[in-house]
Design a protein around this ligand. Sequence first.
Ligand SMILES: [Zn+2]
Length: 309
Amino acid sequence: MAKSKRGVVLLMTDFCEEWLDIYKESGLDFLGLHTIVQECNNDDYIKWANSDEVVALIKKFEDAGITVEHELHNAYSLLPRGFFETSPYMFRENGGERTDDYNFCPSSREAIGMIEFQAFMFAKALGQTSLSYHFWSDDKAGAWCSCERCKGISSGNQAYIFSEAVLRGIRKYNPDARECYLAYQDMKAKDVKKNDGLYLEFAPIHRVLTEPITAEANRGDRELLLDQMKYFDKTYILDYWLDESLFSGWNRANISELPDLERIIREDVKYYETLGVEAITTFAAYVDSDYFKRYGKENIIRYCKALAE
Ligand SMILES: [Zn+2]
């Protein structure tokens, strides 16, 4: 079995030439790019991704043999919120009222059609070289539809309907494209029919990072991963070993040096690799030029080497 791809997922604000040096030195071969929507919405992200500077830097990574993929919580953009006034039935119901805050109504054929169309548009606008897409539902646990027709569908299966709609859209852009199903927070697929165009992306945000994934403390996440892998032929792991945003509580004022999880990274990578996953990645949000100025790069390189090996 081929060795899995390895890399970090950065915020757009972290993306810089210094990371390319770290990639070359550590041997990582995958890069995810991401935005926190409160900091920059998806439409502005697309403008950023198409700017000359960013296109050139992405190309430098790709020329160095690194796969670059965009990873976006963009359900709210795939069903533009501006439709709420005329077509509230496309949006989710919460406590008996339609709301445009997150996601959509999975029982609305119009909403599904719009998501397909917008997924096509997003794929086209992003111009990603890789055919693996990460269009995620909105970043909020429990924000799914409770309308009469949806209330019997679990959060995880509503998210699965979203991934299938995205897949149909991106396949109109490229018939070989594939979409992830993000197993994260309350989202887990159950009794769904396998879809060859979908792969699993597993993000154990509530795991205990000071213990390896094989430890008793992480049994729930480990069992969930094995359970979810039943429904998919390919799996990406999206872990949190270098996620400064998580450690700082998503508050840049709280940034301090990352804890040394080299041992955990090594043990976890070894375990994930035994499962035959396709990629092992970690968020490294807030690890940007300022971070390197403050704390240097040596430890980050050491962690990245542990991830790459
Ligand atoms: Zn509904």
